[in-house]
Ligand binder design. Structure first.
Ligand code: GTP
Ligand code: MG
Length: 582
């Protein structure tokens, strides 16, 4: 435990200051333009996110609504309390976020959740102006409420009331604790990703994509288990400061222990990762576009990377429904048998990965002004590109990802015409003919050699989930491939015999040089999207993945402390998990 704590950090800054200035200066090792972009982009992210935080008035209205609903529900269950969970309680709330409320009943004799949902639904329908929709038979029975927009409430209110969902209160508290450890980086990343995923239309479990809760878990998994050194500690494996009984750490058979004395943690622990929020976001997109093992892996913030096999979470279809589960696997922090992303369909996952790739590509190009990158990232996605919503019969039919196939035009490629003309003129010359045929093979050999070299020096540890991943033999295989192709390449571009005369000169390098210059110019002037469209990449990914499957708040940080205190007091057991560190 002693090593888990570094020296105390400096006194806390004011909440706004703290939110705006990461307490960790960017590293000097990065290339200057990259560093400048990261700095500018970080600032853009803070400015962007801050203006999307809920206003004090909105929070006040929501608190009034909560009190009103609590008063009404107490007419059915006098010993009940209505507590906020989800984003309004964990610091990841955006302006006009929905309200997630949980009704706790502090008496032994209480109605079943299904009856409560029906009775509360009737009551709220009678006594309020809310549109009410009870869902008594959902996995977690809830009453859905919504209020139409009004002059003082331009976006209306959406609210879900669940009953006795104590695990949700606990996981909200866990997320809040993670947010409190490093608000400038964690909150900014999460809030930005929430806006981004909503704008890009990939934040809808009902349509086969991922819930906000799922995205938050992906961020925490990345910061705890992927980044090295980690940005966040694993709160669930930190030992308690005093012995704690099993009753205190277990709820409904689930271990809900985590280290929750964040003020103490912040005094004694500091991450040695000094990446700025922009750098983290760039790496986040890169990781989830290319590196996360979607086909076999399970992201667990509790235990790191697990396998689908070990959890028994192979991709499968629900009985009697074409809806698929376990395409993407994210373990719930406490309900470890529960896949938070179980609703993500195959098309949903490809859409999400496509968006991660798009974001990664935008950030890799580092536009001159960071604000341009931000605008491009959050550009609203067209509805037509979405997976289709539920059809009327209630069954979810996962549609194929929309891929536009352009009709094939009967064109004669200009390079074909050029090649044919050239061939006619040079056929009489032996040298020209041999050079030309030799030049035909040179690019192929060079390309194979180049791929091996790039894999060896640029991405030696990528593509680990590939079907043909060679494990520890990959580096020797890259070296052998590069050497062999290098040798063939050298032979192909050498003169036919010495001394070199007009009759023995091999024109292959000249032809290759001309083609290379043409290629470089095309690469420079033609946008990447024209060469390789995102749909093509997604289609390739889809095909590559077929095989394995076939085989097998508060506006600023300051209010966190009071939120945490309230949670400690009001939450399930009201227990204090940390005592004096000394
Ligand atoms: P916004 O509503 O988009 O602001 O985000 P949020 O942070 O409130 O997340 P969301 O509405 O997705 O989830 C609210 C809470 O429901 C989470 O904080 C969890 O406590 C709880 N929850 C538990 N399991 C699930 C799950 O599988 N899906 C979702 N959506 N929520 C879950
Ligand atoms: Mg919510």
């Amino acid at each position: 435990m002693a090593t888990a704590y570094a020296q105390p950090t400096s006194a806390l800054q004011s909440p706004r200051e703290h939110f705006l200035q990461p307490n960790t200066p960017p590293q000097p090792r990065k290339h200057a333009s990259r560093q400048r972009f990261a700095q500018e982009f970080s600032q853009c992210l803070y400015d962007f996110v801050i203006q999307l935080l809920p206003t004090a008035e909105e929070l006040a209205v929501k608190e009034d609504v909560r009190k009103l609903l609590e008063r009404l529900i107490r007419t059915i269950e006098p010993d009940s309390r209505l507590l906020q969970f989800g984003s309004t309680a964990n610091g990841f709330s955006l302006r006009n976020s929905d309200m997630d409320l949980c009704c706790l009943i502090d008496s032994e004799e209480r109605l079943a959740a299904t009856d409560l949902v029906n009775m509360a639904g009737d009551l709220l329908e009678r006594e309020t102006k809310f549109h009410v929709k009870p869902l008594p038979h959902a996995r977690i029975p809830i009453v859905k409420l919504s209020l139409d927009p009004a002059p003082g409430l331009p976006y209306g209110i959406a609210c879900d009331i669940g009953f006795e969902n104590r695990l949700a209160l606990e996981n909200t508290r866990l997320l809040m604790c993670y947010a409190m450890i490093d608000p400038p980086r964690v909150r900014t990343m999460v809030l930005f990703l929430k806006v981004w995923s909503k704008r890009r239309k990939i934040n809808s479990p009902y349509k086969g994509t991922l819930s906000s809760y799922g995205y938050v878990l992906l961020v925490i998994y990345f910061l705890v288990h992927v980044k090295s050194p980690p940005v966040l500690p694993n709160l669930q494996v930190m030992p308690p400061l005093r012995p704690i009984s099993k009753e205190e750490t277990h709820l409904n058979g689930h271990n809900i222990w985590f280290f929750d004395d964040i003020e103490l943690l912040r005094q004694r622990w500091k991450s040695s990762n000094t990446d700025s929020v922009a750098e983290l976001l760039i790496d986040f997109f890169k990781f989830y576009s290319r590196e996360f093992q979607y086909s076999h892996g399970v992201a667990s913030i509790r235990a790191g990377l697990l396998t689908k096999d070990s959890k028994g979470w192979e991709s499968e279809y629900e009985k009697g429904s074409p809806r698929e589960r376990n395409r993407l696997c994210i373990e719930d922090p406490f309900e470890v048998d529960y896949n938070v992303s179980r609703c993500v369909t195959k098309d949903g996952l490809y859409t999400i990965r496509g968006e991660f790739m798009r974001a990664s590509r935008i950030l890799a190009t580092r536009p001159d002004r960071a604000i341009v990158a931000l605008a491009q990232l959050c550009e609203e996605r067209k509805e037509e590109e979405l997976v289709h919503p539920l059809p009327n019969n209630g069954l979810f039919i996962p549609p194929r990802l929309t891929v536009r196939y352009e009709p094939v035009q009967p064109v004669i490629a200009p390079d074909g015409v050029f090649g044919a003309a050239l061939l006619c003129t040079i056929l009489p010359s032996d040298v020209a003919f041999t050079s030309l045929t030799s030049a035909g093979g040179v690019p192929t050999t060079a390309a194979y050699g180049l791929i091996a070299l790039l894999r060896l020096f640029v991405t030696p540890d990528d593509f680990t989930s590939s079907h043909y991943f060679l494990g520890r033999w990959r580096r020797p295989a890259y070296i052998a491939t590069a050497l062999f192709n290098g040798l063939v390449f050298a032979t192909q571009i050498s003169p036919f015999y010495f001394p070199v005369t007009a009759q023995s000169f091999n024109f292959a390098p000249v032809i290759l040089g001309a083609v290379t210059i043409f290629g470089v110019l095309s690469w420079y002037f033609i946008p990447a999207d024209k060469w390789l469209r995102r749909e093509q990449v997604l289609r390739a990914l889809r095909i590559a993945d077929e095989e394995p499957y076939a085989a097998g708040s508060s506006a600023v940080e300051g209010s966190f402390a009071s939120e945490n205190a309230r949670y400690r007091a009001e939450s399930v057991n009201g227990k204090v998990k940390g005592v004096d560190i000394d």
